[in-house]
Design a protein around this ligand. Structure first.
Ligand code: NAI
Length: 331
């Protein structure tokens, strides 16, 4: 099939080309994200392949459909950037990568937690500057602390297992309890309780209308003073302005995020010579107890290999009019 690949990066192309060796689809790579400005590039392509910050809203989907696109293949798990109802109305199929490496994201969440708690980022800068003072670098033992996992699906369960290995008490919050989580001997807290009990909160649920700003000023008021918040899921789960207030007051002791509400305007590009006009983001990165990574939690060789192989397989199945294992449908 002819495939227009949007938001494509050099490091990802080698994995996609490798996965496409047998299928030999005609992959056309575009650096730009898919939106109303770039949608014209997709004209004539039967399939369009997108990533987390491409905008597949109704207007873009209509334009794609007019240009002959019939398959939208997401190289990611989350699909909050696609108007599924519009796709269904247009008869356009949407596929995603249901699972690749839950370890990649869970391990990155742990990396953020350890770095924030033990101030690794600050120590790294200090020792490079021959500053061996330990002032301000005190952390806490994770052993014996309470970790709340919000969203106990694939990634949440892997994260929970790792935290159990650290000797933490792990509690879940999820309106749909998972057998895998309960099999670890773990139980759930209610929406009202989870913040009060947590020394660490880690978010592993999808972004939906129900989970939008699941961490807000009310939740933050209820957290234990000094708790650490980790978000490797989607930026919209956190009310960033309320989080900044909680960091300023010391209510929140640290924040590690791989995702940001307005990341589509920033992430995946080198803006080091530009002036960043997003003042909220700039305030966030000014805190010594905040670490931001640019949506790289998934970025391991194992994850990229599976993402690209699954995407190519879905495109092949669609081309051969076979059932789509990874189809996303409107509820
Ligand atoms: P999953 O579908 O296996 O698990 C999601 C869990 O969230 C489910 O157990 C579900 O019941 C739960 N959930 C749904 N609504 C909830 C609510 N209102 N409150 C609490 N929990 C709720 O998904 P998986 O594979 O574990 O991925 C989780 C999320 O991680 C994805 O939705 C995506 O946003 C994010 N992600 C981030 C990546 C990154 O590179 N930063 C890469 C891959 C995924």
């Amino acid at each position: 099939m002819d495939v227009a690949v949007f938001s494509s990066t050099r490091y990802e192309r080698q994995f996609l080309d490798q996965a496409n060796q047998a299928a030999q689809h005609d992959l056309h790579y575009f650096d730009v994200p898919l939106d109303m400005d770039s949608v014209g590039l997709a004209a004539g392509y039967g399939a369009v392949c997108i990533f987390v910050n491409d905008r597949a809203n109704a207007q873009v989907l209509e334009a794609l459909h007019k240009g002959g696109t019939r398959l939208l293949a997401l190289r990611c798990t989350g699909f909050n950037n696609v108007d599924l109802e519009a796709a269904a109305r247009l008869g356009m199929k949407v596929v995603r990568v249901v699972t690749y490496s839950p370890y990649s994201v869970a391990e990155h969440a742990v990396a953020l937690l350890l770095a924030i708690n033990r101030k690794v980022h600050r120590a790294y800068n200090r020792t490079r500057d021959s500053n061996f003072s330990l002032d301000g670098l005190t952390g806490f033992d994770l052993h014996g602390k309470t970790v709340v996992v919000v969203g106990t699906g694939q990634i949440g369960c892997v994260f929970a297992k790792i935290m159990l290995g650290f000797g933490c008490k792990v509690i879940g919050f999820d309106p749909y309890p998972s057998a895998q989580f309960e099999a670890l001997g773990l139980s759930y807290a209610t929406a009202g309780e989870f913040a009060e009990q947590a020394d660490v909160i880690s978010l592993h649920c999808p972004l939906t209308p129900e989970t939008y700003h699941i961490i807000n000023s009310q939740t933050l008021k209820r957290t234990k003073p000094g708790a650490i918040l980790i978000n490797t899921s989607r930026g919209g789960l956190i009310d960033t302005e309320a989080t900044i207030e909680a960091l300023k007051s010391g209510q929140l002791g640290g924040l590690g995020i791989d995702v940001y509400e307005q990341e589509a305007d920033l992430f995946f590009r080198d803006l080091s010579s530009e002036i960043i006009t997003d003042d909220i983001f700039q305030r966030l990165v000014s805190f010594p107890n905040v670490i931001v990574t640019g949506h790289q939690a998934y970025l391991t060789r194992e994850a990229l290999t599976t993402i690209c192989e699954t995407t190519v397989e879905s495109i092949t199945d669609f081309g051969n009019k076979q059932a789509l294992k990874n189809e996303v449908k409107v509820n």
